[in-house]
Design a protein around this ligand. Structure first.
Ligand code: AMP
Ligand code: ZN
Length: 137
């Protein structure tokens, strides 16, 4: 773990948190600035700055855990749905540089939380994007 990383310290129990779930690899806590009632964060106990750094074996555990939490939160909180949000890099709104996944319960009353304005892309531009990305895989 990284000593100067707040999420490392929370995930490893050095700073107390409202913990919903904990296992060998992850801690799930309530977000201190919730977008909705029950907004939670999945934190790996090891330090990875973002998804690109995250170990593949740990990454494979993230969606099953999000599913387990989403199911429990839906029953316990009565939310009608939930968003999974995962920001990578400051440009994407990441403010804490320790990989995490937001689970944001939705009750059907809030305005859209995860939103964008649909734009346009020409066929030519899409062809260029497809070629450029495929070349990097
Ligand atoms: P992101 O913008 O994806 O990096 O999200 C960081 C999230 O961490 C925000 O929703 C914050 O409210 C939350 N947060 C920051 N510090 C703490 C903390 N000490 N305990 C719980 N949540 C925190
Ligand atoms: Zn960390």
């Amino acid at each position: 773990m990284k000593e100067d990383c707040i999420f490392c310290r929370i995930a490893n129990g050095q700073i107390p948190s409202a913990t919903l779930y904990e296992d060998e690899n992850f801690r799930v806590i309530l977000d201190l600035g919730p977008a909705s009632r029950g907004h939670a964060l999945i934190l790996p106990k090891e330090h990875y700055q973002n998804l690109l750094e995250l170990d593949d074996t740990l990454a494979a555990g993230v969606i099953p855990l999000a599913k387990k939490m989403g199911a429990a939160m839906s029953k316990a909180l009565g939310c009608a749905g939930f968003n999974l949000v995962q920001n990578n890099g400051e440009a994407a709104g990441q403010t804490v540089p320790h990989f995490h996944v937001h689970i944001i319960p939705r009750y059907g009353e809030e305005p859209r939380i995860v939103t964008w304005n649909p734009g346009k892309a020409s066929q030519d531009e899409m062809d260029q994007i497809v070629e450029a990305v495929r070349a990097e895989l």
